[in-house]
Design a protein around this ligand. Structure first.
Ligand code: SAM
Length: 297
């Protein structure tokens, strides 16, 4: 969809706000007024609140081109966070680009539960599987200093983003990043049977659900970060299977779940065996969102 041209001359910030809002509204975005302000503040290099007090200020040709570019990207349904390049998670700002999943608020529960269950303690070895932007590993690293944290992902591009986020929050020296399939990179670290806590928000969308997702997700976020397989629980099953080799006896496995997946994943945990204290925690919407299990022994 093309953006409608801004006609009057000279163009002011106030006119630009009205035009952006109208353009976003026309393309069916529900939060057009707020989004127009975020996008324009970004395009013009201003703070959000400055826009209102500078409504009569003329906009340069460069500012105008930048505004048109970001508004048309959003009209094409590119997620706001990729355009702005940032998303807040657990009160911290994370850099994001299309190589990584945009951190979701429900994943904050994964962090809270890992902490609440005592998985984040001085001297502990903690692994974040499928680290993406690094939001979970970096947040945990900011909580406590004396931990050994590993952030794993099969995507080298995602790890580049995660490293940047660790630098941004001053925790680079606390996290080791490794590229590979699930827990495989831990073999070379000589940590078999020595990991205290494994946390993961793995891909968990079933293949057949993918096509029906909103365009922001389906057309822009990395498919490999979201789609698991036919059932959607394939990664949980693999993690339950593989984590036993790396966890210390009593070690913690904390995984995020998709809606309705708790019974299937619980059944897999029971079948695979070697786990005790299997429990789920509901999110604010009442969905069983996090599963916690301990390696028996
Ligand atoms: C749902 S995203 C989670 C990202 C981040 N932890 C978060 O919560 O926002 C899943 C991540 O797992 C990674 N991934 C997918 N398959 C993988 C595999 N076989 N081994 C390791 N990582 C994988 C993806 O690249 C993606 O970064």
């Amino acid at each position: 969809m093309m953006t409608a041209p801004i006609t009057a001359d000279p163009k002011t910030i106030g006119m630009l706000i009205m035009w952006a809002q109208r353009s976003l509204d026309t393309s069916g975005l529900t939060n057009a007024s707020q989004e127009a302000r975020w996008l324009l503040a970004h395009a013009l290099g201003m703070k959000h609140h400055e826009l209102a007090s500078r409504r009569d200020q003329a906009v340069s040709g460069e500012g105008l081109a930048c505004a048109e570019s970001v508004v048309s990207r959003r009209m094409a349904r590119e997620p706001l966070q990729y355009i702005l390049g940032t998303q807040e998670f657990c009160g911290l700002d994370f850099h994001v680009n299309p190589a990584v999943l945009i951190p979701r608020p429900e994943t904050e529960l994964l962090v809270q539960e890992a902490v609440r269950e005592g998985g984040v303690t001085e001297g502990a070895v903690l692994v974040d599987v499928g680290t993406g932007s690094g939001c979970v590993a970096v947040t945990l690293a900011t909580i406590l200093s004396g931990m050994r944290i590993f952030g794993l992902d099969c995507s080298g591009e995602a790890l580049t983003v995660a490293k940047k986020n660790a630098e941004r929050h001053g925790v680079s020296n606390k996290i080791t990043w490794k590229e590979g399939d699930l827990l495989e990179p831990m073999r070379e670290c000589d940590l078999v049977g020595a990991v205290d806590t494994i946390v993961s928000n793995p891909p968990y969308i079933a293949e057949e659900v993918w096509g029906g997702l909103q365009p922001e997700v389906r057309d822009f976020e990395p498919r490999g970060a979201l789609v698991a397989g036919r059932r959607g629980t394939e990664f949980h099953e693999r993690l339950l299977h593989d984590a036993r080799l790396f966890l210390v006896p009593g070690g913690l496995l904390v995984m995020e779940l998709g809606q309705g997946q708790a019974p299937l994943v619980r059944q897999a945990a029971e079948q695979i065996g070697d786990y005790t204290g299997i429990q789920t925690v509901k999110d604010e919407a009442g969905i069983e969102r996090v599963m916690i299990a301990r390696r028996a022994g």
